[in-house]
Ligand binder design. Structure first.
Ligand code: UD1
Length: 432
């Protein structure tokens, strides 16, 4: 059994006991970005030299990627939040279903494997609770770069024809600004022959982080962070040291934790530009901010309802929709939350309703009538971000709640209860 599977099995049995009506104060430390670290670790496959990545968060998803890299013959050395990856003996191009299942980020390996070895065989990542999550755009991009791609029996087999086994630069226009597709195409095209462009590219900070590290490795990428990225292919990439950006979703979750408990907190480190849409919505509903250290101090006032629509970056992130909805259940007045990225990302509504929230779902929108106080209940987080939402709702509720679904929570939040307890929360983990 893989480390990830073992860890998930143990975590699935545990639950959190969360005492509500807590008041928080002090400083919350933000870890490195999960969605950056995962892709940067697979980008290390693009060179035989060592890549040292700093500020890697301690998460079960990271353990999952470590497992996968190890099966490919990669050497990994770790010292607390630093991971050194050396892919000098990269030979295994097939990923087993048991390792890939449940870890979508494993699909990131396809770009580097094709670029470096000219072949890859990876099971389709499949959908998840929040939606279908296709990889059509990733495959379209790889085909445009000259790869033969065949999807059969749930497995994607890809190879680069010709003696050189080198992909060829191409102009690619994405149907939607998919983060994963943009990252896959970036990693595949950096070692291609000639120049590639990606139009309608995802502009997320994690895409920018990947392009920055690749450029440090010797790639020639320009325009990352905008809608058109240009990649001039190079023959070889070298090793480098790189520090992952702070996790904007964790930082946003902490700011919302302060708002829902009506507490003043400093959240650091945090890059305000990465959270502009979220900071704007928090201001609109009554919060003030002051720069503090490497981050921000949030000072919540009376919280009033606001409307939110999730969008690709720089719009409001879908990954903070559930936590923000938890906040809005306690706001004065009516709010409408519209989910535009995933077709099934309103599952937390039923759990919030168990805590007394007044929410009506209409298609992909939730109409929330704020109430003065949530009441504690046994609840379950059905996915990563809805689990976080339920932690926040429980901290604000009257009474003591029990939260299950920690396998999701631990995928994306490093020591969440430890961090929150340090600033005044009362959260205990029970193994059964
Ligand atoms: C990444 C993040 C995830 C975040 C999401 C959207 C990682 C590891 N995960 O996921 O936390 O919620 O961005 O910000 O970085 N789509 C297609 N066809 C495709 C690919 C995507 O239609 O080929 C659609 C998806 O169904 C979805 C939307 O595009 O509706 C966004 O997906 P995408 O940006 O690809 O998300 P991920 O990269 O999987």
């Amino acid at each position: 059994m893989s480390i990830l599977a073992r860890a998930s099995k143990d975590i699935a049995k545990s639950h959190l006991v969360i005492r509500g009506k807590c008041s928080l104060s002090g400083e919350l430390k933000v870890s490195g970005a999960k969605n950056s670290a995962l892709v940067l670790m697979t980008a290390a496959l693009l060179t035989e030299e060592s890549i040292r990545i700093k500020n890697v968060p301690e998460l079960t998803d990271i353990e999952g990627i470590v497992d996968i890299l190890l099966t490919m013959g990669v050497t990994i050395n770790r010292h607390s939040n630093e991971i050194q990856i050396t892919a000098d003996d990269l030979h295994h191009v097939e990923l087993p279903y048991e390792l890939v299942n449940g870890l979508r980020a494993s699909f990131f390996c396809i770009g580097p494997l094709l670029a470096r070895l000219g072949k890859a065989k990876i099971p389709l990542p499949g959908g998840c609770r929040i939606g279908a999550r296709p990889v059509v755009e990733h495959i379209k991009g790889l085909k445009a770069l000259g790869a033969f791609v065949n999807v059969e029996h749930g497995v994607v087999t890809a190879s680069v024809p010709g003696e050189s086994r080198r992909l060829k630069g191409a102009d690619i226009v994405l149907d939607c600004p998919s983060v994963g597709a943009t990252e896959t195409i970036l990693m595949a095209s950096v070692l291609a022959e000639g120049t590639s462009t990606i139009e309608n590219a995802a502009q997320e900070p994690e895409v920018q982080d990947l392009a920055k590290m690749l450029n440090k490795m010797g790639a020639q990428i320009s325009g990352a962070g905008g809608p058109k990225i240009t990649i001039k292919g190079v023959k070889k990439l070298n090793g480098c040291d790189y520090t992952v950006i702070p996790d904007r979703i964790e930082a946003g979750t902490f700011l919302i934790a302060a708002a829902i408990t009506r507490s003043s907190l400093t959240v650091t480190p945090l890059i305000p530009e990465h959270l502009s849409a979220v900071l704007q919505k928090l201001r609109d509903c009554g919060c003030k901010f002051e720069p503090d250290k490497q981050g921000l101090k949030i000072i919540p006032g009376e919280i009033t309802g606001v409307d939110i629509t999730t969008q690709p970056y720089p719009g409001f992130p879908t990954d903070l929709q559930a936590p923000f909805m938890a906040l809005l259940t306690t706001a004065k007045g009516t709010s409408i939350v519209t989910e535009k990225i995933y077709e099934n990302r309103l599952q937390h509504v039923a759990e919030l309703q168990r805590m007394g929230a007044s929410i009506r779902v209409q298609g992909n929108a939730a109409v929330i009538q704020g109430i003065p106080e949530l009441s504690a209940a046994p609840v379950t987080g059905g996915d990563l971000r809805s689990s976080a939402a339920m932690v926040l709702a429980s901290m604000a509720a009257k009474g003591t709640s029990q939260l299950r679904g920690l396998d999701h929570l631990d995928r994306g939040y490093a020591n969440l209860e430890g961090k929150l307890n340090q600033v005044g929360a009362d959260i205990k983990r029970h193994q059964r």
